[in-house]
Design a protein around this ligand. Structure first.
Ligand code: ZN
Length: 446
């Protein structure tokens, strides 16, 4: 072991790319210097943190977070979002380009966002750009300025300043982005299906579900695949809910279309059948669907058709979460709870923490090209979550660091208590309490 090791993290259960093992992880200059045998001697001058049987996971990477700062900071902000992330075992977030004012659609706007985040970030923060009907000329400058890719909507986004793309505009944006080797990430719901679906205002979840049919997702994804194939573009499907689309996605991949897919804790742990009337904290688009649909999403995680699990944390103030599903703000707040929510369900379904680490850290890091994140191995950043996987807690919204303590998980008992979170070798949260804002702003590395 080299002399400059300052810290050794020891656990009987360290999750590495080669599997789970007892190990001591040596940290030097904020990076993992080596993964050593459990009983390896601690170098003189280095501090030992022994976590016993608690699990050492790679810090989670959440590539889908709506921070809303500046402009809608009463919904969420960089201070509160990154504190919640740290408390929940997340060490890197990528901010979505919309719901803040301005949206991240020009390099000038990106600079405003970076300034808003700079002194508040408790975890590392990177940015997605936005692709709008009229900003094609801004895409390459944004790419050169370090955004991780571009988000577009194919149906209304929910905010006026971020209009959707039609198929022709999508093709133009994809051609531009694939010209410089970029990535397009897509909210895939087809507007024609949404327009022809019945809208029944009121508190019944079944009415809301009928207004966002699976066919809207399925058609949008089929169209996206056709465009990606034709233009040899690299695309990513955001927040997949409809399991009907899985065979089409798997087939496209098999023939070489460059498409990846994410789903979210709410689609994987909550079901339409259990949403109470008027409980719009469960409203998001696409919607939470039936239990049978959820089973197929888990099968797709197991077989790799779905690559990653990210939060799509999209909060608002409580007053916008009205009892009428047709008008309530659509977005679920879960940044701090994603790890225990997913682990609870994964455990029940016989999956392992190695799976969870792959879905919530390794795969999202790969999606974003974050070569320094996403695994416990020499050379990567010393980012970790320490988890007591067999311990339970009941979700008390008052204990969340989110700006607004509204969540669909209130009152649920979950497995997995995050003991501490580490960013580049610094403890950034201890037993649910965030410490100092030592996060950095990230730019795309490739
Ligand atoms: Zn989103």
């Amino acid at each position: 072991m080299s002399d400059d090791v300052e810290l050794v993290l020891r656990s009987t259960r360290v999750i590495t790319p080669e599997g789970t093992r007892a190990a001591s992880v040596a940290v030097a200059a904020g990076k993992i210097a080596a993964v050593l045998p459990h009983e390896a001697p601690v170098p003189a001058g280095a501090r030992l943190e022994d976590f016993g049987d608690d699990v050492l996971l790679p810090g989670l990477v959440d590539t889908h977070v709506h921070v809303n700062d500046p402009g809608r900071t009463e919904w969420e902000g960089f201070w509160t979002a990154t504190r919640a992330a740290a408390a929940g075992g997340i060490t890197t977030i990528l901010d979505m380009p919309l719901n803040s004012l301005p949206p991240t659609t020009t390099t000038a706007n990106l600079a405003v966002k970076q300034e808003a985040a700079r002194t508040k970030a408790h975890v590392d923060v990177g940015f997605w750009g936005g692709a709008l009907p009229d900003n094609t000329k801004d895409l390459r400058p944004l790419h050169d300025a370090g955004v991780f890719g571009f988000k577009c909507f194919l149906s209304p986004s929910g905010v006026d300043e971020f209009p959707q793309l039609d198929q022709e505009q999508l093709a133009a944006a994809l051609a531009e982005i694939s010209g410089f080797g970029g990535l397009m990430i897509v909210h895939a719901e087809d507007p024609h299906h949404l327009d022809s679906a019945p809208v029944v205002p009121g508190p019944r979840y079944a009415d809301f579900l009928a207004s966002r049919p699976r066919a809207a997702e399925n058609t949008a994804i089929e169209n996206l695949i056709a465009q990606a194939r034709r233009l040899d573009a690299r695309v990513h499907v955001l927040h997949l809910s409809s399991s009907d689309a899985l065979p089409v996605i798997a087939a496209a991949r098999a023939e070489g279309v460059r498409i990846t897919v994410e789903s979210c804790p709410h689609y994987l742990t909550l079901t339409a059948e259990e949403v109470p009337d008027g409980a719009s904290e469960f409203k998001c688009c696409p919607p939470i669907r039936e239990a049978a649909n959820q089973d197929l999403l888990w099968e797709a995680l197991a077989d790799g058709t779905i690559d990653c699990i990210v939060s799509d944390h999209s909060p608002s103030t409580a007053d916008l979460k009205t009892a009428d599903f047709s008008t309530a703000w659509g977005g679920i707040s879960s940044l701090q709870l994603g790890l225990p929510a997913i682990w609870t369900e994964a455990r029940r379904r016989g999956r392992t923490l190695e799976d969870v680490a792959r879905w919530m850290s390794t795969a999202p890091a790969r999606l974003a090209g974050l070569g320094r994140k996403g695994a416990i191995e020499a050379g990567r950043d010393a980012d970790f979550a320490v988890l007591a996987p067999d311990e339970t807690f009941t979700v008390d919204p008052a204990e969340l660091h989110h700006r607004n303590q509204v969540t669909a998980y209130a009152g649920r008992t979950l497995y997995g208590v995050v003991r501490s979170t580490w960013l580049r070798g610094v403890r950034i949260a201890d037993h649910g309490t965030p410490t100092e804002p030592t996060g950095r702003l990230l730019e795309r590395q490739n």
